[in-house]
Structures are given as structure tokens and as C-alpha cells.
Design a protein around this ligand. Structure first.
Ligand code: GAF
Length: 401
């Protein structure tokens, strides 16, 4: 993997011919359970990944955002005054949009030079976009002394800026799960986020290794996108259903209202969408209760039930995700499910640590049998959130070029 912080620093010096003021890092995420619930005001339970995006940065005296991406080998720039819905397009929108949003929120920010690199795979449903926003926002906060990494309340403001960039500038109608995970998760813990309560969040201990278990990510390499119409359609049908049912958000109902709700919804498909949302919120509650007593068998069953609901009721899975989940379960996982928005991307499996090899083989064989790209299968732990990289952790000697 090399030392990405060191690489970002070296590249910054080569491109901009000066030293960066610091390096900031922000992680990708997997959501353990609670999918497509955030924009319904429901519960989610993500962890932050060890894979991070790194941004080396220094201030400018003008309002230009200039970004060197090591991964795409490009340099792009835009004046903050030009940032608007859809502009700039592509990955620069996440970076410039976040800095623009901080200014919109009333913070005194100017232009920045940034060199960015990432080990969060792009299009894998592991929140590479949120990691990019969070790394850029954390860098701007550090450089302009905004204090947005200081405590959880300040971090919530940074989450909102990243979310505004994604919803308003990138025009992806996402719900806040990914940014909250990247900026507010804690190492060794999952984060129970309640989107009904202004995104209040409580850390829940999540120590797989201590229980002889592994959380395995299966990146199917079937690319997923949030800016195409499917995600927006799901969100819209939930909003329509809420209107018919006389609530602002579906999370104001519970599973005990399900029969009542289904009887009022004429459209069968909309009924299934609502059933997913209400049962999924309940599964998050049950998952937290199971984690509290180290009942990982129940956590696995809840993963399986969540996947079935996303596949059959919410219809956001795809053959690659279903195959990964089935192959992992066959090879001894306690449970498995797609994670993130769906339509491609990654699945996760909770498994005894000594089954990881079999699971990897089983998933790879199932994909080979279909003639699909080889999936990338790896174990992860719950890691810490966006932060400034300590000087002693930036190793430029021997950093990959
Ligand atoms: C994507 C979105 F960005 C999140 O807001 C969330 O809705 C998720 O899909 C589904 O749970 O990651």
C-alpha cells in the first residue's frame, strides 16, 4: 500500500513547488446494517474503514481551488465563485463543493492547493466520494483554523458541509450516512446514527477480532453510481409513500404500523419499499441489542434478512451482490449482505476468522464460473474518523512514486 500520506506530501511539493501545511485523512465506510434508511429519518450502523483518502494542502491568497489527483494523474482547478449546481463536474465537484459549502455556512475560507490520493476503491460502494469530501473539508478546517475536527458537535457541522456539497453541487440526492461515518465514527466501534434526531450518534463497541470473527468486504467490481436515476427513484417513492400515510418521514412509523400502512398504499411496489424501510429500521435496533450481549449469531441472521429485504422488497441488489452473499454464506459466514446504495459495489460477511480463506475462494470461484471480473475480498476492522495525520506518520522516504 505504501505510505499514502508521504506520497501526497511528495507530490504536493513536486507540483506546487512548496511544502504543504499538513496532511489530512478521511476513511471510507461499510454500513453494517440500516440501508436506505438515512433519508427516511431512520437508523444506520456504519463503521469507518482502514482505507482512507489523503489530502496534502496549503492555503492560497486567492479563491482558486487547485487539486492534483495522484490517482488520475491530473491537475484541475476552479474559482470558488464559479462553483454552482453541477459545476465543476466529476471528482473536483466533491472537493470544491465542500469548500464552497463551508463558505456558504459563513466560515472564512479562501483558495487552497491540494494533492489528493486514495486507497478507498472508487465505485465500490465504500464511500470514496464521502472520504474525498471529508478529507478536503478536514484540510480546509485545519488550514483556515475552523476547528471542525475539535469535537463531535463541530464534526457534525463538517458533515453538513460535505452533505451540502454532495446534494447541491454534485447533485446526488444522498442521505448523510456516508459523511457521518467518515467524520464521526470511532475506532473499535460501529456508530448508531439516528437520522430522526438531527443525526444523533452513539458509538457501539464492535470488536470482531476479540471474538474470533472477521468482517469481510467483498468488492464485486460491478460499479455502482449514486447519480443515476435508480437511487433518486427509491428516495422519491419513499417520500410519496410518507405523504399518502400522513407522516413527514417513514421513520415516524414502526413495524407495528406495517399492516395499516400496506392497506393504505394502493401500489404494491411502493408497499414493498415501505416494508423494507420499516423492517430495516427494526433490524438495526435488534442488531444493536445483539451486539450488546455479543450475540453474533443473531447479528449474522439480521445481515441475511437485511439482504433479502434489499433484494426482494427494495430491489437494489444485483446478480453480483447476490452471488457474493450466497457464496460467503455457503462457505461458513454467520451472515452476509450488500452494503451501501446497491446496484453493484460491495457486500459484507461476518465470519469466523478461520473461514476467511474459504470465503474468499468460494466468492472468487462463483464469480469465475459466471465469467465476471475477479472480486476483491478483504477483512476490515472498525477504524477512526477524519483527522490530521501526525508528522511522525508521514513517511516520505520510500513512499511510492
Ligand atoms: C448511499 C448513500 F450515499 C447513503 O446516503 C445511503 O442512503 C446509502 O446509499 C444506502 O443506505 O451510500
Amino acid at each position: 500500500m505504501g505510505n499514502l500520506a508521504g506520497r501526497a506530501q511528495q507530490r504536493f511539493e513536486e507540483i506546487f513547488d512548496r511544502e504543504p501545511e499538513g496532511i489530512w485523512a478521511a476513511p471510507g465506510r461499510v454500513n453494517l446494517i440500516g440501508e436506505h434508511t438515512d433519508y427516511n429519518g431512520g437508523l444506520c450502523l456504519p463503521i469507518a474503514l482502514p482505507q482512507r483518502t489523503y489530502a496534502a494542502a496549503a492555503p492560497r491568497t486567492d479563491d482558486i481551488i487547485r487539486v492534483a489527483s495522484l490517482d488520475f494523474d491530473t491537475i484541475a482547478q476552479i474559482d470558488l465563485a464559479q462553483v454552482s449546481p453541477g459545476v465543476p463536474s466529476g471528482w473536483l465537484g466533491y472537493v470544491a463543493g465542500t469548500i464552497w459549502a463551508l463558505r456558504e455556512f459563513g466560515f472564512l475560507v479562501h483558495g487552497l492547493d491540494l494533492a489528493i490520493t486514495s486507497e478507498v476503491p472508487i465505485g465500490a460502494g465504500l464511500s470514496s466520494s464521502a472520504a474525498l469530501e471529508a478529507a478536503a473539508g478536514a484540510a480546509a478546517s485545519g488550514i483556515f483554523d475552523l476547528g471542525l475536527l475539535r469535537d463531535d458537535t463541530a464534526r457534525t457541522t463538517l458533515v453538513e458541509a460535505c452533505r451540502r456539497a454532495e446534494n447541491y453541487i454534485v447533485e446526488a440526492p444522498t442521505g448523510g450516512l456516508d459523511q457521518t461515518a467518515s467524520i464521526r465514527c470511532q475506532a473499535g466501534h460501529a456508530l448508531l446514527i439516528d437520522f430522526a434526531e438531527g443525526a444523533s450518534a452513539s458509538p457501539i463497541p464492535f470488536d470482531t477480532a476479540g471474538h474470533g470473527l472477521s468482517l469481510v468486504v467483498m468488492d464485486t467490481r460491478a460499479e455502482h453510481k449514486l447519480v443515476d436515476g435508480q437511487y433518486a427513484q427509491r428516495r422519491e417513492s419513499c417520500e410519496q409513500a410518507a405523504k399518502v400515510l400522513g407522516v413527514d418521514l417513514l421513520s415516524q412509523l414502526t413495524v407495528s404500523d406495517l399492516d395499516w400502512a400496506l392497506a393504505r398504499l394502493e401500489d404494491e411496489t411502493t408497499g414493498r419499499r415501505v416494508r423494507h424501510v420499516l423492517t430495516e429500521i427494526e433490524r438495526v435496533r435488534q442488531c444493536c441489542a445483539a451486539l450488546e450481549v455479543d450475540d453474533f449469531a443473531t447479528v449474522g441472521e439480521l445481515f441475511n434478512a437485511s439482504h433479502a429485504s434489499l433484494r426482494d422488497d427494495y430491489e437494489v441488489s444485483c446478480p453480483e451482490l447476490d452471488t457474493a452473499v450466497e457464496a460467503a454464506t455457503r462457505a461458513g459466514a454467520l451472515g452476509a449482505r450488500m452494503t451501501g446504495g446497491g446496484f453493484g459495489g460491495s457486500a459484507i460477511a461476518l465470519a469466523p476468522a478461520d473461514r476467511v480463506h474459504e470465503i474468499t475462494q468460494s466468492v472468487e470461484q462463483a464469480f469465475a464460473a459466471q465469467g465476471w471480473n475477479t472480486p476483491s475480498v478483504f477483512a476490515v476492522q472498525a477504524c477512526g474518523p477524519a483527522h490530521r495525520v501526525a508528522d511522525e506518520d508521514i513517511l516520505t522516504d520510500g513512499a511510492d512514486k
